[in-house]
Design a protein around this ligand. Structure first.
Ligand SMILES: C[S@@+](CC[C@H](N)C(=O)[O-])C[C@H]1O[C@@H](n2cnc3c(N)ncnc32)[C@H](O)[C@@H]1O
Length: 260
């Protein structure tokens, strides 16, 4: 969602979103978010290089179950791959891609204007090791990526869906470990951050209990302090700033994919 429009939880009526025809409710409400001329140009000029053309299934952000993104073909080399899901405007992933040219990066997002902004910034930064996928992230982890393709999966400030009746739309819930664990190589890292305490608690509870993952942080006997240190590769985004400005603490978590 565009920072200039809102950094709050998604608005809109979930009944009208793209859940239709899917087995699971999706974690987003698609908004049009008017694109600027520069963003429109980004689609025309930059998408042929940056955006992976996803074969669709039932909805416009779905992934056809037979579609595959083979990293060595897309990036033209073998390199550690980091996948950010819900990359927003792309600040974290463009900054990482520019700083680490020997690694590859994949931004997964359903918000078109955010993807356009990501391409423009990547182009400006000369980052050729980044690609974008406009699709529902769980489907990318579940089928689009080959098993074990990712070295890291990042989930920073996912939409909190904080009303109890919307909690089921959260991205990180029971079952998420299995799909993230499928996409990650053995020993690969799942990094998360949120400014919503009850979502942080849910993430920790779900992933502590997940057989695909073990903690990759020391933690503390004090449940209040039992979090990972801030990931140094995570740049400040409007969502983190908004959380801090409204007095919410930021909580990081890091989990390691156990050996298959
Ligand atoms: C609160 S924003 C955070 C963006 C970014 N990570 C940051 O920290 O600035 C959450 C983003 O996740 C995206 N999103 C939510 N569910 C998604 C899904 N199932 N697949 C892909 N993107 C999703 C939304 O479109 C939104 O841009």
């Amino acid at each position: 969602m565009p920072e200039e429009l809102s950094v709050d939880a998604p608005a809109g009526d979930p009944a009208e979103d793209e859940s239709t025809f899917r087995k699971q409710p999706v974690s987003f409400v698609r908004r049009s978010g008017r694109m600027s001329d520069a963003q429109e140009r980004a689609w025309t000029e930059l998408a042929p290089f940056y955006a992976f053309d996803v074969p669709r299934d039932v909805a416009s952000t779905s992934v056809h179950p037979q579609a595959r993104l083979v990293p060595s073909e897309v990036y033209g080399r073998e390199a550690p791959l980091t996948v950010e899901i819900g990359s927003g405007q792309g600040h974290a992933i463009v900054s990482a891609a520019a700083a680490h040219p020997h690694n590859d990066y994949l931004a997964v997002e359903v918000f078109r204007a955010g993807l356009a902004r990501t391409m423009l910034d990547a182009d400006r930064a000369g980052a050729k090791n980044l690609r974008l996928v406009e699709a529902n992230a769980p489907e990318v982890l579940e089928t689009l990526l080959p098993e074990g393709a990712a070295s890291e999966v990042w989930v920073f400030f996912p939409d909190p869906w904080h009303k109890a009746r919307h909690n089921k739309r959260r991205l990180v819930k029971e079952g998420f470990g299995e799909i993230a664990g499928r996409a990650l190589r053995d020993g690969g890292l799942l990094r998360l951050a949120t400014d919503w305490e009850d979502y942080a608690l849910q993430m920790r509870e779900v992933l502590d209990a997940d057989p695909f993952f073990e903690r990759a942080f020391e933690g503390s006997d004090d449940p209040e302090q039992d979090w990972a240190p801030r990931f140094e590769g995570r740049v400040m985004t409007a969502f983190e700033r908004k959380g801090l400005n409204t007095g919410r603490a930021i909580r990081d978590l890091t989990y390691r994919r156990v050996a298959r």
